[in-house]
Structure formats: structure tokens, C-alpha cells
Design a protein. Sequence first.
Length: 65
Amino acid sequence: MGTPYEKERLRRQIDRFFEHAWSKPPMNLNINDRVADVFMVMLEEAAKCTQTSHYIPRPSGGLPL
């Protein structure tokens, strides 16, 4: 996979990703090439959702009082 530094960096990125989803990453996650590949797919799919959300119309009107 890579150096211990690279593995720790990937682990921190995975933790951050799950924090934004109000969730926790799997316990005792063994960082390896397969985990890195799956995480890349997760990032790509999340990016698609972000891009697609721009097509959702915003509610009309102002702020609620």
C-alpha cells in the first residue's frame, strides 16, 4: 500500500469523510490497497451527488419569519 505515513493519512481522510456523513468508519479498519480503491469510489460517488444537487430547484420565497 504505502508508507505508514500514507496509511495514517488515508485513515484520517476516511474518518473525516464519515464525520461529514454523521457516522463512524468501520472499527479496526485495516488500511490496504483494497480499502484505498473503495474509498476512491466513495469519493467519486459523493462528488456526483454534489454535482447533481445543483439541479434541484431552491425553494421560492424568503427566509422564514
